[in-house]
Design a protein around this ligand. Structure first.
Ligand SMILES: Cc1cc2nc3c(=O)[nH]c(=O)nc-3n(C[C@H](O)[C@H](O)[C@H](O)COP(=O)(O)OP(=O)(O)OC[C@H]3O[C@@H](n4cnc5c(N)ncnc54)[C@H](O)[C@@H]3O)c2cc1C
Length: 345
């Protein structure tokens, strides 16, 4: 990666999808002087690589869906030269629910294609999925190639002059007309600091007296030994949520758990295995769990992502709290963040 420069216009703290998408969008708009600081020795080493990689256009409410629908459209049709391979596959998604009308109405509001599907139709098309209810079929959802997305953001940004500095954890920030960021690689002076620290966003805010109301919530993922063939994403969005999707020769599954935990606390909680077995359709409950891991989805004050200037610190801008949609939403988040930065306060 790049060496730490002495000076930047925009210092972006955090090299996950929030920070990288913002850097890419700034560079794409012709802005120079952008530096990304990442504490780890690799970019996207936390939530941005330990997720389920699903591109779902419809999210839990209109504020989120404004970002996920725009992000999904971008991922399906990225700008020329962003990537040589498709970012999203075409497996589609089934949302299982006994009450599809509100979801169908929300999809219509955001021009997201979907159609009703019955439990019998799901099982007839994908025999391994013995589901107990139907719902809605979303043909344009799919799974994201995380490596291609990361490479697209990083390579595109660096080609236009962005510097990405790894092993550069920010430990202190002073301000005397400009920000002085102390990192594990040296000091960087910057006009504006962009906080894209994922689960550590509250800790970053605390360094400078900015907002700290970010909540990391731990979620587990499980690799099951099961071949569902070319099945789509299947997500039960009713009570006792769960989802599964084929992954290589097996299946990736989640019980949609969400336990508040300290930033970086991603230890596997064995009790969640039992929750998963209890929630999955009966035909899948006895399956071998080959691997389990957890990571954190982070929320800003319980709402949608915080994208824009801090209320108290005038040189501090947020791109944080991407919750459970930061892969899908990242291109739209980056564009919105870059616009806020270019517009100024
Ligand atoms: C289990 C799970 C499943 C998910 N599934 C999906 C999905 O299917 N689809 C979807 O769209 N989204 C999904 N998500 C959500 C998505 O992964 C996140 O919203 C997104 O990755 C968050 O990106 P981020 O850049 O905000 O955070 P991160 O990827 O965590 O990046 C933040 C970075 O900031 C760095 N950092 C923090 N503090 C400092 C510091 N002081 N100095 C320097 N660097 C610092 C960290 O090291 C880290 O690399 C899932 C998340 C989880 C946990």
């Amino acid at each position: 990666m790049d060496a730490l420069p002495a000076d930047a216009r925009y210092a972006i703290i955090g090299g996950g999808f929030a920070g990288l998408a913002t850097a890419w969008a700034l560079a794409d708009a012709g802005v120079d002087g952008v530096v990304v600081l990442e504490r780890d020795s690799r970019l996207c080493g936390h939530a941005s690589s330990h997720n389920a990689a699903m591109c779902r256009a419809l999210a839990e409410d209109d504020a989120w869906t404004a970002l996920t629908a725009a992000g999904a459209a971008w991922l399906r049709s990225p700008p020329p030269g962003f990537t040589a391979r498709p970012l999203v596959d075409d497996r589609g998604a089934v949302l299982l629910t006994g009450d599809p009308a509100p979801l169908a109405a929300a999809a219509a509001r955001h021009q997201i294609r979907c159609a009703a599907i019955t439990a019998a139709e799901v099982t007839a098309r994908w025999p391994g999925l013995e589901v107990d209810r139907g719902g809605l079929w979303f043909p344009d959802d799919g799974c994201v190639d995380l490596d291609a997305l990361t490479a697209g953001f990083v390579d595109g940004a660096r080609r236009r002059g962005v510097r990405c500095v790894v092993d550069a954890g920010v430990t202190a920030i002073a301000h005397d007309g400009r920000a002085a960021l102390t990192t594990t690689k040296g000091v960087l002076r910057a006009d504006v600091v962009v906080a894209a620290g994922g689960a550590w966003s509250g800790a970053l805010g605390a360094l400078v007296g900015a907002a700290t109301d970010f909540t990391p919530k731990k979620r587990h993922l499980f690799a099951l030994r099961l071949d569902l063939g070319a099945a789509p994403i299947v997500w039960n969005v009713d009570a006792d949520e769960w989802y599964v999707r084929p992954d290589g020769g097996g299946v990736l599954a989640s019980a949609c758990d969400h336990t508040t935990s300290a930033p970086g606390e991603v230890e596997v909680d064995d009790a969640v295995r039992a929750t998963l077995r209890a929630r999955l359709p009966a035909a899948m409950r006895g399956l071998t769990i080959e691997r389990a891991w957890a990571c954190q989805r982070t929320y800003a004050g319980g709402g949608p992502p915080r994208i824009g200037w801090d209320a108290r610190v005038p040189w501090w801008c947020w791109v944080a709290g991407l919750g459970g949609h930061g892969v899908t939403a990242s291109p739209a988040v980056g564009v919105r963040a870059a616009a806020a930065l270019r517009d100024g306060r």
